[in-house]
Design a protein around this ligand. Structure first.
Ligand code: PMV
Length: 347
């Protein structure tokens, strides 16, 4: 039986895709398979107080960000409730007080949708689990990812595991378009604590929302080639994750980042989401890699910020390089040091 009232709280991380998801169909289903590193420090903490109400008329909730009532989030959360209601049919029975905070500064240009939507999905599913003690851990994780996906596609990859695959692919057992799965096949030790230092090049509002971006892949002249490329890259990446061949790893990861941006540059309408400083940083990374025999590389999301990826054993050297040569390209000198993490936690 569902509880009358209570609270649930989850902490859920952001993730950074190595093979990018860009293009969707139906109920937030991906046009190609993607794989990501789960992050450790960039995360959202969400606490929900819930209480049964008298009438089951409509959704009823209030949202607080960093302790302040934030009405601007409500439409997004209402849309999420509408999308998940079929799978969480009790939502209208409750009033929810949703309190959320991010570990990274908001308006930093770091997307909080993956961590935020996965934290929310986990909290709501936890409520259901309180009434269903037979729910297995495996089912819980799959359903949490399934629900998170309906909030934001990439959020499906923020539940469990240090590497997560989302999207059906014949090379990954049990992979599905419906939810992300922790990829735990043979993974080389070097990737278990891989570093991601996020350089904040542009902290402004996103120029193109990801909803608009995914839509641009309909009727895109290169869409089919791109989906094939991503699926091929995923297949090539799996043996690299096992062998730890960083040269091959770099090649795929950087190609994926640039392909994502190439899609935006060649869509209709077209966008350039990199800033001059994004390119300066990329060139500096290439130069450093050559002159220092380093395995540092970059990846990008749908924006101007740069994720600098490198093995932990290079940490000192790469952070010196960032401080000496890259910080000047960051807005207000801001960057965030993160590394591979293990997924969401109930708190
Ligand atoms: O989850 P969405 O709909 O915000 O899409 C994000 C897509 C990228 O971040 C650009 C790539 C990815 O796979 O995370």
């Amino acid at each position: 039986q569902l509880p009358e009232e209570g609270h649930v709280a989850w902490e859920s991380p952001s993730n950074i895709a190595l093979v990018k998801y860009w293009g969707k169909y139906g109920e937030q289903l991906p046009k190609n398979t993607s794989i990501s590193f789960t992050l450790s420090h960039c995360k959202t903490t969400t606490k929900i107080n819930f209480k049964k109400k008298d009438a089951e008329k409509d959704f009823s909730f209030e949202v607080y960000l960093d302790g302040k009532r934030t009405e601007s989030f409500e439409p997004k959360i209402k849309q999420f409730f509408e999308r998940v209601e079929d799978y969480l049919p009790f939502l209208k029975q409750y009033h929810f007080k949703i309190e959320t905070q991010n570990s990274f500064p908001h308006s930093s240009g770091i997307a909080s949708s993956a961590s935020g939507m996965s934290a929310l999905a986990l909290c709501l599913l936890q409520l259901e689990r309180q009434a269903d003690s037979a729910m297995t851990e495996e089912f819980f994780n799959k359903k949490a990812s399934f629900l998170a996906r309906l909030g934001s596609g990439s959020a499906a990859r923020s539940i469990k595991g240090n590497l997560v695959v989302w999207g059906e692919h014949q090379a990954v057992r049990e992979s599905s378009n419906l939810y992300g799965l922790a990829y735990s096949d043979d993974v080389h030790a070097v990737f278990k604590d891989y570093q991601d230092t996020i350089l904040l090049v542009d902290r402004g509002e996103k120029q193109v929302s990801s909803t608009v971006g995914h839509d641009l892949m309909h009727d895109h002249p290169f869409a089919e080639q791109r989906f094939t490329q991503a699926n091929d890259n995923l297949e090539k990446l799996l043996p690299i994750l096992a062998s730890g061949n960083l040269e091959e790893f770099i090649h795929i990861v950087e190609q994926e980042a640039l392909s994502l941006h190439a899609m935006m540059m060649t869509s209709h309408p077209y966008f350039i989401l990199m800033k001059p400083n994004t390119l300066q940083i990329i060139n500096k990374i290439w130069e450093f890699r050559q002159t220092h025999n380093s395995k540092v590389c970059f990846t990008l999301d749908a924006g101007a910020n740069v994720h600098v990826l490198y093995p932990k054993e290079e940490k000192e050297e790469v952070l010196d390089f960032i401080k000496n040569q890259l910080v000047g390209y960051c807005q207000k000198g801001m960057y965030i040091c993160d590394e591979v993490g293990f997924g969401a936690k109930s708190i």
